[in-house]
Write a protein that binds this ligand. Sequence first.
Ligand code: MN
Length: 247
Amino acid sequence: MPRLPLVAITATSEILRHALRVRLNYAYVDAVAGAGALPFIIPPLARADDVAALLDAADALVLTGGEDVDPARYGADSHAEIGGTNASRDATELALVAAARERRLPTLAICRGIQVLNVALGGTLVQDIPSEHPGALVHVSTVRDARIHDVDVEPKSRLAQSLGATHVCANSSHHQALGRIADGLRVTARSGDGIVEGAEWSGEDWWALGVQWHPEELVHTAESWDRALFSALVSEARARQWAVAQR
Ligand code: MN
């Protein structure tokens, strides 16, 4: 029996009960394990130079939600509404995207993750949706598993194939969004107000896709879309594991 595929999941650091700790919402672990993979956690590292080596052990990568990316990372000044940033996490995750790209490692980028993916590949972000797009829908809800807005997904895109749908209703907990899209990425989902809700690598050579919502919080709902997304990632991870074993 081949081992279960190993999925690397990024995490944040946060002061909790007077100590700086590595933290990850358990929903990511639950979603990845529930899809049939073995998750392991990559913490933010102050020195991110060697982080790529961690991906030698991984069959797939999940970039998770969290803080705003430092706007200096995409050459912008900070907007007044910028939230907290985490320099070690930015360094670690930007290095991980570069390493995943180089290795063609299957990558699922969630919320902050899709933003990191875009910035790492040369794109920019909308720093605050309400102030930069005043007519936009409400994209912030504190009920993590409430599906609050519709998302139209481009038919035949990797995202549509993975979700098994071209129209979904998603949860939403973000005040930022993708701005200028990086070369090589393409937008494959939007909400009705035009905000980017999904993007993916445009070539056949790398399974990398991102969503702006939180599918990990929705794997236990009646709708199958978000479970299907994690299943698609793990299926890619298995395919990669098999391909690497044949080398
Ligand atoms: Mn949204």
